[in-house]
Design a protein around this ligand. Structure first.
Ligand code: 5GP
Length: 208
């Protein structure tokens, strides 16, 4: 008997440079049933950014209307300028189809999602060490020394929030991190709390 279950909501956080995008992309390449949520923002597109792929670019008025319509799972006003938010409709429709949805989101947003959706699976991608994280930021070659120092300090602050997450995946070797993500999803899917329908049938004495 095919069992159609509601998909998981997977919240993935981790400091800049930890490789969460790489891990998520590798996971999704193996599992087409895992989808990435696309956020809405009021900021202008950067060169190369595509509507509906990187963000849904919206005016402040459109964003305000979405807030009024309760269209966001969470939203945030960043740096006193731009708004960013996770549209609820995509997350809900994919989960209803049985697909899993990843939100790649910062710690503050992640905690708001957990409040709104207590069944969200909270995963923190951590570096093997702060030294390695710093070396990876240097290795990118795109950051100034000042930016590296700021990002390393921000990473330390984010790492302090780690105990609020359900799982910690250390990204040392990408394939191993992906395998750990797969194990997490597998374990979450067999939780009794996600199988109440079948449990009710079984305990109800149904024989077909
Ligand atoms: P950027 O403008 O560089 O793309 O993103 C700026 C910040 O906004 C990043 O820290 C990013 O994680 C955050 N951000 C992007 N999308 C969302 C979202 O849907 N919700 C929240 N809370 N933050 C977001």
């Amino acid at each position: 008997m095919a069992r159609k279950k509601r998909g998981l909501l997977i919240v993935v956080s981790g400091p800049a440079g930890v490789g969460k995008g790489t891990v998520d992309a590798a996971l999704m390449a193996k599992h087409p049933e895992i989808k990435m949520s696309v956020s809405a923002t009021t900021r202008a597109p950067r060169p190369g950014e595509v509507e509906g792929v990187h963000y849904f670019f919206r005016t402040k008025e459109e964003f305000d209307r979405m807030i009024e319509e309760n269209a966001f799972l969470e939203y945030m006003h960043v740096f006193g300028m731009n708004y960013y938010g996770t549209p609820k409709a995509f997350v809900e429709s994919e989960r209803d189809k049985g697909n899993h949805v990843i939100l790649e989101i910062d710690v503050q947003g992640a905690l708001k999602v957990k409040e709104a959706c207590p069944d969200a699976v909270m995963v923190f991608i951590a570096p093997p060490s702060l030294k390695i994280l710093k070396d990876r930021l240097v290795g990118r070659g795109t950051e100034t020394q000042e930016s590296i120092d700021v990002r390393t300090a921000a990473a330390l602050e984010e790492l302090k929030q780690l105990p609020k997450y359900d799982y910690m995946v250390v990204n040392d070797v990408v394939d191993e991190a992906v395998a750990e993500m797969e194990s997490i999803l597998c374990a979450e899917l067999v939780r009794t709390s996600r199988n109440t329908e079948l449990i009710t049938k079984l305990t109800g004495g149904e024989t077909i």
